[in-house]
Design a protein around this ligand. Structure first.
Ligand code: NDP
Length: 497
């Protein structure tokens, strides 16, 4: 290695990888099979919106238009609910083992077309192909498989009591895991015998509409699932429609509260999966190198567009300097850039609006006196990108410690005692997830009891499984998705206890 290429200014300890080598581009080349125009999926068919209006879906990695997406208005949402209501009686009466077969078929067809879906998801949302290929698409298929297995065993969902479907369910999902969130919502609803009207996020509708093709290929009866696309107004129509027996929403706490206000006084069942500001807590007896990997995964996975992201790092004071220096060293070698490149660690920020939000909150962090670290990295000229960012010297009152940034930005705070760690971790209106890194099992048990979070990971982070219920406390929402508990949220009791 020429002396001029030797890295400067790094901590001496530790192995150094990364910018010692240039990586050749390794683009994923599978054909995403995109259409120029996507219509609404209502009653098992693609139909034009009554208004005749369409909006652009943009690739955030290069700002190029991918497709026209139909804009659903009140008449379209109404038509979707009518189609779902028309299909409900026969779908609910279909034996569970038959409903299970449809779900198995959907899962298998998704697996067959996994690369195509992964590329489409990456182009539409900006996430690295490694993640859509290895996480989003396989996990979405896993949710359909898991719930297919439940469909003929529903008597065990609530042992001793018979359960029945609710009716037509209205669902609205965000843009960070478009296909996966859709699977989380569709699979339990269908397994239980409900019909669905779902709205994907405005910036990421494409994989839902591609999945509509799979539903057709699987022979799912028309009307059981309906997709209406559009922005927040369409979402409000889906949530507020009188034909919904239940609404299930995943998105920001602000919009979740607005929906709850909108539905106050109705007897609508609700599930709310909202925002988070998770604490990832590292004790001095933790396996530090593993913890550093967990911290990096916790905040930089999917550019930090993760509701349960470990965005507040709480480090035990004796190891705070060590952990911070290892983290800085580690994020110097994260590769930011073309999401379709298999070497990319951080892809594009989902939209111009989200990039502006991240910039605004990062500027507030600097203004309020926290110390920012960003490794030198070249960002592509076109598209929406933000470098991995750490803040030290963060106090609990800083906005970057309180507000959900939903980007690749980590706020580092320290603590001295277990009680202080618990108090600081719980000092947030949110309660979705947390992480604990320590060698002591007893400490893990105590922390998992006292942390007010729906999920507590120990010596790992961001682990998901369809059999494990996921959901929040406090302003992170209520209701669970996944596992037996998730199915119960789509059921009513048909027999007394
Ligand atoms: P938003 O709340 O802005 O949007 C979520 C969905 O709701 C989108 O489809 C959006 O449409 C739609 N929507 C917007 N306004 C309304 C309205 N008034 N009535 C009904 N629907 C509406 O969230 P983001 O898309 O920005 O997603 C990020 C948020 O989602 C973060 O806070 C994150 O923590 C949370 N989230 C929570 C998860 C959990 O499991 N708890 C999982 C993933 C994300 P459009 O996109 O067109 O505006």
């Amino acid at each position: 290695m020429p002396a001029s290429r030797k890295p400067q200014g790094r901590p001496r300890a530790g192995l150094i990888f990364g910018d010692l080598w240039d990586f050749d581009p390794a683009p994923e080349t599978a054909d995403p099979k995109l259409r120029e125009r996507y219509d609404l999926f209502i009653g098992g068919r693609f139909v034009r919106p009554r208004s005749g209006k369409y909006f652009d879906s943009i690739n955030p990695a290069n700002e190029r238009k991918l497709a026209d997406i139909a804009l659903a208005g009140p008449a379209d949402v109404d038509a979707a609910y009518r189609a779902a209501a028309g299909a409900f009686r026969s779908w609910a009466a279909t034996p569970g083992r038959e409903r299970g077969k449809y779900l198995f078929r959907i899962a298998r067809l998704l697996q067959d077309r996994a690369r195509e879906f992964a590329v489409a998801e990456t182009m539409d949302g900006g996430k690295p192909i490694r993640e859509s290929r290895d996480f989003d698409v396989p996990m979405a298929a896993a949710h359909f498989f898991y719930h297919a297995g439940w469909a003929d065993k529903l008597e065990y969902v609530a042992p001793g009591r018979a359960v029945a479907p609710l009716g037509v369910v209205g669902q609205v999902i965000p843009w960070n895991f478009p296909l996966l969130m859709l699977a989380w919502k569709l699979a339990p609803a269908l397994a239980m015998g409900n019909c669905v009207v779902l709205k994907p996020a405005e910036t990421t509708s494409i994989t839902a509409l591609k999945l509509a093709g799979i539903l057709q290929d699987a022979g799912l009866p028309p009307g059981v699932v309906n997709f209406v696309t559009g922005a927040g107004k369409t979402g409000a129509l889906v949530m507020g429609h009188p034909g919904a027996a239940k609404v299930a929403f995943t998105g920001s706490t602000e919009v979740g509260k607005a929906i709850m206000r909108q539905l106050a006084g109705t007897d609508r069942r609700m599930t709310m999966e909202l925002g988070g500001k998770a604490a990832n807590i590292v004790f001095d007896d933790a396996p530090i190198d593993q913890a550093v990997e967990g911290i990096v995964d916790g905040i930089f996975f999917n550019q930090g567009h993760v509701c349960c992201a470990g965005s507040r790092l709480l480090v035990h004071e004796p190891v705070a300097d060590l952990v911070t220096s290892k983290l800085k060293n580690r994020i110097r070698v994260l590769r930011v850039g073309d999401p379709l490149d298999k070497n990319t660690d951080l892809g594009a920020i989902n939209s111009r609006a989200q990039l502006a939000t991240i910039r605004r909150l990062v500027a507030a962090g600097v203004r309020e006196g926290a110390v920012m670290f960003q490794p030198p990295c070249r960002l592509p000229e076109r598209g929406f990108y933000f470098p991995p960012t750490l803040f030290t010297g963060v106090t609990q009152s800083h906005r970057i410690a309180r507000e959900e940034i939903f980007g690749p930005v980590l706020s580092i705070l320290t603590f001295r005692t277990v009680d202080e760690a618990i108090e600081k971790a719980n000092n947030t209106p949110y309660g979705l997830s947390a992480g604990v890194w320590t060698d002591k099992g007893s400490r893990i048990l105590r922390m998992s009891t006292e942390l007010k979070a729906g999920v507590v990971w120990a010596n790992t982070f961001n682990r998901f499984d369809p059999s494990s219920p996921f959901g929040g406390y406090k302003e992170s929402g209520f209701g669970r998705e996944g596992g037996r508990q998730g199915l119960l949220d789509y059921a009513r009791y048909a027999s007394p206890p």
